[in-house]
Design a protein around this ligand. Structure first.
Ligand code: SDX
Length: 435
């Protein structure tokens, strides 16, 4: 029966109407619970790209695209980015609460003690060409981790899920730094237990056996903020991939490797690399004087050119992460005496034009997190092809938290969408001389 919290589906062909319950969230849009639709009507819904589909119930991250709001477990990203560090954020996303002093010390100690990888991992690297894209390397290495930890691959054992979460969070920086060192032909640097998570990563990236890396607090804080801002983001493409992959019961390492592979795409995590390449192209064509020509190409649908670092499926307002990333950009460039950096000035000019241009305003295309993160990373000395690998490093905790939430949900089932079939109807095979 229809209630004040239900939706009634009626049919123009006189088929009986069907009533579905409406479920409220603690924040954001209600959902129409259509799980009984096929059983009651023999029909599917049709929603390629899942523009109107809630694929799951989650308590981890909330986004209000119209307001440009992002909450991790209820805490605004603006507060977390300023008052917390990445280890606080990992504890929050994984366990639902910010840690107290004792919990933080324990969590940091557990992560720190798992930062080394098995020495055999080095031999995987040798199979790659030196110019292999770091995301090709990361997709391989993360999946390969499952071969080293048979004691933590049972997804249905909460204890094993927790230790694999710690191992993945701890080892991603080590693997990303190894992927980088391999491309430049330098020896790998082992993690050190006396450094913070972000400082450890920076040292593994930039130290050599001949000269240690001098930790710069501004740059380390910037890297930690990049990790915080990229840690989770609701049911984005790579997180949905991880959930779908884990729903088959595969091990956590394989599911996270699937997320790495999905994040690689230029429409998703690959956008920061694509954004910097785009700025480089405009620079090469004449810089700010050529922005107008580039914008004209973007507006020409036939060009296939997009303004990388702009637009978002959910944010139809400024991505709150982009604002924070822009501040970090200023801090890093000032620290390094690069505030006249031509790429940054070009990015600011491009942002100004896009925010005033009717084409972008009418389509609600605002800068997203990727627009400034690439400039910060380039200024720090991170090579452009490594940007998405660092995004994957940061997003690993979000993928794991979402995976754990799904597995712990007694209602979860293996993901198995259906389709609207548009192919050939039944027909018989003819002998080849009659085809
Ligand atoms: C991330 O989902 C997440 O949360 C992702 C992420 C996360 O943290 O996990 O936030 C990380 O992936 C950020 C997004 C990074 N991607 C980019 O910066 C690549 C450039 N952006 C576009 O590819 C695009 O904006 C998407 C893919 C991000 C969103 O695309 P939608 O929601 O599917 O929107 P759409 O493609 O339907 O675009 C609507 C209109 C279209 O024009 P019309 O057909 O209406 O005339 O806007 C246009 C598009 O052509 N458009 C753009 C554009 N993005 C959309 N035009 C020029 N440049 C762009 N960047």
């Amino acid at each position: 029966m229809p209630t004040d919290r239900s939706a009634t589906l009626s049919f123009s062909d006189g088929s009986p109407s069907v009533v579905f319950p409406i479920l409220p969230g603690s924040l954001g849009p209600d959902v129409i619970d259509i799980r009984s639709l096929y059983g009651k009507t023999g029909k599917f819904t049709y929603d390629p790209g899942f523009m109107s589909t809630a694929a799951c119930k989650s308590a981890i991250t909330f986004i209000d695209g119209d307001k440009g709001e992002l909450l991790y477990r209820g805490y605004p990203i603006e507060e977390l980015a300023i008052k917390c560090d990445f280890m606080d954020t990992c504890h929050l996303l994984l366990y639902g609460e910010l840690p107290d002093v004792a919990q933080k010390d324990d969590f940091v100690m557990r992560v720190t003690r798992h930062t080394m990888v098995n020495e055999q991992m080095q031999f995987f690297m040798r199979g790659f060409r030196r110019d292999a894209h770091p995301m090709a390397v990361m997709t391989g290495l993360v999946g390969a981790l499952s071969a080293f930890y048979p004691d933590s691959i049972n997804l249905n054992d909460p204890r094993q899920r927790d230790i694999s979460a710690i191992r993945l969070i701890a080892k991603m920086p080590t693997l990303v730094a190894m992927a980088y060192k391999y491309t430049v032909g330098q020896p790998y640097m082992y993690p050190r237990n006396d450094l913070t998570y972000a400082a450890n990563f920076m040292r593994m990236m930039f130290a050599t056996p001949c000269e240690d890396y001098k930790i710069n607090d501004v740059l380390t804080r910037a890297m930690d903020r990049i990790f915080i801002l990229h840690a989770d983001h609701e049911q984005n493409a790579s997180t949905s991939t991880v959930r779908m992959c884990a729903s088959s019961g595969t091990n956590p390492f394989a599911a996270i490797a699937a997320g790495v592979a999905c994040l690689w795409g230029p429409a998703h995590g690959g956008a920061n690399e694509a954004c910097l390449n785009m700025l480089g192209e405009i620079q090469a064509q004449g810089g700010a004087a050529k922005i107008g020509d580039f914008i004209a190409k973007v507006k020409d649908k036939n060009s296939g050119v997009k303004l990388m670092g702009f637009g978002h499926r959910v944010y139809k307002n400024y991505d709150p992460r982009a604002k924070l990333m822009r501040e970090t950009c200023h801090e890093v460039l000032t620290e390094l005496g690069l505030h006249d950096d031509p790429l940054f000035k070009l990015a600011m000019a491009l942002e100004k034009i896009a925010l005033e241009d009717e084409y972008f305003v009418s389509r609600k295309l605002y800068p997203n997190v990727d627009f400034y993160s690439g400039i910060v990373q380039k200024a720090i000395g991170i090579p452009v092809p490594l940007f998405t690998a660092i995004f994957a490093l940061a997003r690993t905790v979000g993928w794991i938290a979402q995976l754990n939430e799904m597995i712990a949900d007694p209602e979860y089932k293996i993901g198995r969408p259906r389709q609207l079939f548009s192919g050939a109807t039944r027909r018989s095979v003819k002998p080849i001389d009659q085809r």
